[in-house]
Design a binder for this molecule. Sequence first.
Ligand code: HDD
Length: 727
Amino acid sequence: MVQSRNGGRGKQARSAEGSSPDKIQQLQAFAADAATTLSTNQGLRIADNHNSLKAGPRGPTLMEDFILREKLTHFGHERIPERVVNARGSGAHGHFQVYRSLSEYTTADFLNDPETRTPVFVRFSTAAGAQGSADTVRDVRGFAVKFYTREGNYDLVGNNIPVFYIQDAIKFPDLMHAMKPQPHHEMPQAATAHDTFWDFASLMPETTHMLMWTMSDRALPRSYRMMEGFGVHTFRLVNGRGESNLVKFHWKPKLGVHGLAWDEAQKIAGKDPDFHRRDLWDAIEAGHFPEWELGMQIVPEHHAADYGFDLLDATKLIPEELVPVQRVGKLVLDRNPDNFFAETEQVAFHPGHLVPGIDFTADPLLQGRLFSYGDAQAWRLGGANFHELPINRSLAAVHNFQRGGRHRLQIDRGPVAYEPHSIGQGTEFRVDGGPQGFQSFEEPLESPKLRRRSPAFDDHFTQATLFWNSMGAAEKDHIVHAFRYELSKVMLPAVRRRMVDNLAHVDPRLAMKVAAGLGLDAPDPKAAAGQAGFRDVRHASTLEESMALNMVAREGAGIGTRRIAVLAADGVDGVSLRPLLQALGAAGAECRIVAPRLGTVATASGRRLEVQATLIGMPSVMFDAVLVAGGKDSAEALAKMGDAVHFVLEAYRHGKPVCAVGDGAALLRLLDIAPGTDAQALAKSHPGVVLGTDLQPEGLEQTVLAFVQAVARHRHWDRPAADAVPA
Ligand code: HDD
């Protein structure tokens, strides 16, 4: 395209129209050539991009080299401030469609019309780490969705945990300062396992409920594609009659909710710090588009006080057993960004980006966010015009008289920059007082001005206990270990002690177990109750446990996109392997042949099998399950290799399904599986381990069936002796 000075193609294109055919051809040739020619930012063609301008071939570089200076200046300004929180993130494009009209609850256009596909951009993130930190750290994950609706942008800026650490936004800077690396030495990165975080947490009992979640496997998602999302706050839906219902938003992933083992997450952080980013990118590139259903828990205003806690308190959730989640629509992510910086980095979310029919409540955490995000974006993106960046632009036309500011892209014409006016032509923008114009819900307010919280916010433990009670044995075990790990990194004994005393208010056994791991005596709940800010309040809970909070007890969601390592070496039995690979592939799994080296391995019958990864390059932590192929020579060779044996043991230790076919069982030697153990006994002593001893077609069918079932369970945390495995 020929660029005219005023930035458009208009003038040149118009003058070309009046020119002779020869002239037009010349112009077109010039334009085509320009499109492939390196230029400066002013459009000047560059003749040499390898040498700066010097005084002689061995002389100093000349100040005059404006091409060099432009290039270096631009490079030096490439970085912008990273987000103060949630700096590490990954994004994708997609669309959202509602299943049926929700007009009974809301006027929001995108929730009313099941025919409408609303484009979205989603950014997932960790909260504490810097932009270059690892993906698999223990942390809450951000789950921010920008809906480009016909009525303007709507942002649902949530997390993968349904509650938050604090109740009032005025504590947010304190929370994040305590959580981020300590200011004197900037350590540790992307971790809460340090003094300042636990000092703060132990003095702020309102953090307890979220701590239970972040110490659980929810804080170690297997994939962004396999985690839930939550709007956290109670919002409001407003219908055409002006009636309001309270709502909690949920995202329910199609692939189920799955976590990593803590040891595995730490190892992945070293082996592939981009684990979640790569997983999302690869899935979309492969056409396995991640999906979530939008869920809503809708509570009529007059039932707001029915649940024994305050719906304005962001440290509380509404148990799904009390208010079921209605699944109302589907989100699909089907396109990777073209440019990380322009899209994932420059996208600007804001809980205050609303559309008519959705509104806020007076949740004091949400209220503070409404100020903070706009302010943070203006700082981070260099001014008040961040809405003009392509990724942030509204699809609905933007008309107003806001003017100027840094990096203004729009050229506003004419003398009128105010309303009302009588002189501008085509700028008589009217105010829309109708249903499409945003109207705040007319919530009656009359109260004294004060800095205080409602006493309804005082109970910090009932829901933390509910969470604990809802966990299975293995999940409880993981929580205990997480508290022990984190607190073992705390150097101040008084902080450890205080935290354990606090935990006694959640559950005495939890506190005892954590204390035992830290070498502390029995926790003392009374000591905790003596702390400033501690209120020993418990509202009556109508529920003992909530199975919706439990990750492990959920229905399996198949084995789609699960990654299975197939260990093989020269001499592998290709005949028994082929039907297994076919059946696993047909069930949706992604199998990769992992061998000591790249290239091919020779099968026992003399064929060649292509190797897709090496034992070192793609260690066990990169996979969801392991299949050790049969074949005497292959098995014997692998059994002599520490890396191969470690691969299997480590997968076993991390609860992953392991299948050994024929001679491949040699790699399970260290797992103490007695020869001839039948399947039933094996399921008890080594859950999730499948031995394929019968190599006839029917036997292989049985093997694959059992293995698929084991993979669908994701992890077998109930292995009695997993901790004894040296991996
Ligand atoms: Fe926040 C970023 C989610 C409380 C202030 N927050 C940010 C992001 C997510 C959340 C997902 C990253 C958005 C993106 O991908 O660009 N934040 C939450 C949730 C909260 C929450 C679910 C509680 C329910 N946040 C919260 C409070 C404040 C902030 C109380 C301040 C008063 N959050 C910010 C911020 C960030 C941010 C400083 C950093 C960069 C940005 O906004 O764009 O303004």
